[in-house]
Design a protein around this ligand. Sequence first.
Ligand code: SF4
Ligand code: SF4
Length: 480
Amino acid sequence: MKAKDSPPAAVPEEIARRIIRDCADCDCCRPILDEACLFFPELYRLHDREMETGRKPSSDELRGMVEKCNFCALCPCPNIRADIIRAKTAFVARDGLPPRVRLIEDVARLGRICGAFPRMTDRLLSSPRMGKRLKRWLGIHSERRLPAFSKENFLAWVRKRGLDRKPQAAEGRRVVYFAGCTATYLFPEVARSTVEVLQAWGLTVFCPPLSCCGMPSFLEGDREFTLRAAAQNLAVLSAAVEEGYDILCSCPTCSFMLRGLLAEGAYFSEAYQQRVGADARFIQVPARARAGGRPVGGMEVFDRAMFKNILKDDGYFSGLDPLQRIAVAEKVYDVGEYLLQREREGEGPQGFSPLRLQALYYPPCHQREQQFGRPYLELLRRVPELEPTALEGNLHCCGLAGVMGFKQDFHEASIALGDRLMRRIREIHPQAIVTDCLSCRLQFEQLLSYPVRHPIEILRQALQPSASRQPREGKEKPSA
Ligand code: SF4
Ligand code: SF4
């Protein structure tokens, strides 16, 4: 499937100036996001300077401003976030992407390069001089730690077990597991644990070859890469959905992309309107789908004459088949969410072994954005002797923002951005941190000394006959 032709090029400076104008008029985010976001302080600085001195922001300043947004979704207006991405995309379409960013945004390629000779890569990265050079070549900041590369990435593990071949005539529930690039190449133990837990729940697991979810390139404004990856995934996933598979993601950013961003606007497409038999007077969409949520049953009806210019499929992914986007989005689940549903329906293992541990659960931003509660917390509470508590209240961003925190010119800002969250965690002083976002995990491992685990690893451990061991200390990481 190919994307339709791109829309006419927008002028990035105009989009960026419009964002400044809208947010300066509103001013809501000035006090609330002064420390939790790098974008708004810069926006208000440029706006205030222009008000005081008449000096307009230059093109470079406008590009620098939109590049400060890491799409953490803490701000209240999705249309502003969409405009930020539009501005980034328009800058890249016109001025290009620096080659180092192009290298680092392709996490799968980076994983393949570095993981081809894992021992040698780890040795090089742990050497002070060569490590710095290698990181510079990769466009990674010299002080950024990387996890040790595994001898066997998840794809190789999957191939050995034949999980990349479609199961024959399987009975019961069948799921496609979308592991995501970070788990596949940097944390294969998380992806392996996920498969083993899903199997322990009685599910038939299929792991077909898939592309990156597209979030890193989306954040960098690389539309071509993002659409190519999305089209490849849609072809594989929609075919699986047609055969009755559900799609499970252990990474909340992947599920946010596949069931949120990718499907945005798809219900307003002509193809969907024809399918539901909407007539010339009304637009019909499933309830809640309009706001980007999962349909909850029942349809909302809008007057076509009044809303046809607002409610339409004209967003970032509108060039891809809207019916495939909907079919996939409606069958994508977070692994924790899916397991909890199965458990409530009486499916799954009989119980867990005790595991003595005080664990602090950090719900990452793209998990919170999907509004499906804290399923992992509920599952972890079923493990005897495990004391999971969630970090509540003002949940600051960890600051890594996908691959942005790895970049040479974003590293310092990324550390500063995560500082408030790190201080809160140090005050709590848990035995271990549990989070489902592997980007957050990389940042926690960079800045804190606590072991960090994905909740699925804890569940995997608690499924063993004698689980009551502390999680292993983090893998030895090459020093910067
Ligand atoms: S993001 Fe929305 S709420 Fe925040 S300043 Fe801009 S317009 Fe106002
Ligand atoms: S998405 Fe996050 S980083 Fe971007 S503007 Fe909103 S709060 Fe700031």
